[in-house]
Ligand binder design. Structure first.
Ligand SMILES: [Zn+2]
Length: 317
């Protein structure tokens, strides 16, 4: 299996202020751990290209796109707050373009057969960004844009997005329901599965076992075996029935036991397990195609080790 890592050093330059947990050190921690593990010799590494801004319309309104870019500060200007917990500095505009661009590039590389699977080291992250607003460290929904691009550019009929970040992918759900207009009667070719600690940010969640949205809340006391049971019961049957031609992953690693962002206690082994399960499913109808995009994960050591476990799963090491 040829697995690629796609990102750009300019994704590390977006900065929401001193001591903010969502910072550029996260990407350095991942690349350091890839080197330490020897995986940097095994995977192919690509620089992402900035996204063509017109592709942002795949998941967002023109008003939201204009609001973000018209207010993006220049060098020397004050930071601009786009929404709750989403602050732009002078570098953010560029980081956004390379971050969203990584997903589109990953789709191209996976669909043209250069790669079987790709992991995008994106930041700012995307899964809290709704179709008309940014929030929760996110501005544009990288994974939803990439998923819509896969359908538009390559004519895929069944696209699954799964999200194991410890926070609910409210932005992705919003875009699936309100921008792609997917309903239980007509899923428009999308299935979205999200597991998340509840109650926890962004709090307003409706549990759902009805496609196109599977919302799987997890108690704060959740450990690996409980997580695997919930995924096995709620996600895997829905995914098998859906027969995805590609799986997108909102890969957040903030449910790790060492990560202070949540109480849920997963380990690298759990991230490896879910990667293996998703790979098995997509091998049946989607030639093993996976595009995984970084979301959360704030304990630098745990983040690096979890990403290595996830990529080893993608490779099948
Ligand atoms: Zn998160």
């Amino acid at each position: 299996m040829t697995v690629g890592i796609i990102g750009h050093y300019r994704c590390g330059e977006h900065d929401m202020g001193e001591h903010h947990p969502e910072n550029g050190k996260r990407l350095t921690a991942i690349s350091d751990q890839l080197i330490r593990s020897g995986l940097d010799y095994v995977v192919r590494q690509f620089d992402s290209k900035p996204i063509d801004k017109r592709l942002l319309l795949l998941a967002h309104t023109q008003e939201h796109i204009d609001f973000v870019f018209d207010n993006a500060p220049n060098e020397g200007e004050e930071n601009f707050t786009v929404g709750p917990d989403s602050v732009m500095n002078a570098k953010t505009h560029t980081s956004i373009l390379y971050s969203a661009g990584a997903g589109v590039d990953a789709v191209d590389l996976v669909m043209n057969g250069s790669l079987s699977a790709a992991f995008c080291t994106t930041r700012p992250p995307g899964h809290h960004a709704e179709h008309d607003k940014g929030m929760g460290f996110c501005f544009f929904n990288n994974v939803a844009i990439a998923a819509a691009y896969a359908k538009q550019e390559y004519g895929l009929k069944r696209v699954a997005i799964v999200d194991f970040d410890v926070h609910h992918g409210n932005g992705t759900e919003d875009i699936i329901r309100n921008h792609f207009n997917a309903t239980p009667e007509d899923d428009k070719g999308y299935l979205f599965c999200s597991s998340y600690e509840y109650p926890l940010y962004p709090f307003e969640i409706i549990e759902s076992d009805t496609p196109p949205v599977i919302n799987t809340p997890l108690a704060a006391t959740t450990k690996g075996p409980d997580f695997r049971k919930a995924i096995t019961e709620h996600w895997l049957p829905a995914l098998r029935k859906f027969k995805p031609e590609i799986i997108f992953i909102s890969a957040g690693f903030d449910a790790h036991i060492e990560d202070d962002m949540s109480q849920v206690s997963l380990t690298e082994g759990d991230y490896r397990w879910i990667t293996d399960e998703l790979k098995t499913i997509v091998q049946e109808h989607g030639q093993g195609r996976i595009v995984s995009m970084l979301e959360g994960g704030y304990h630098l050591g745990a983040l690096g080790r979890s990403v290595v476990a996830h990529i080893n799963g993608l490779i099948g090491n």
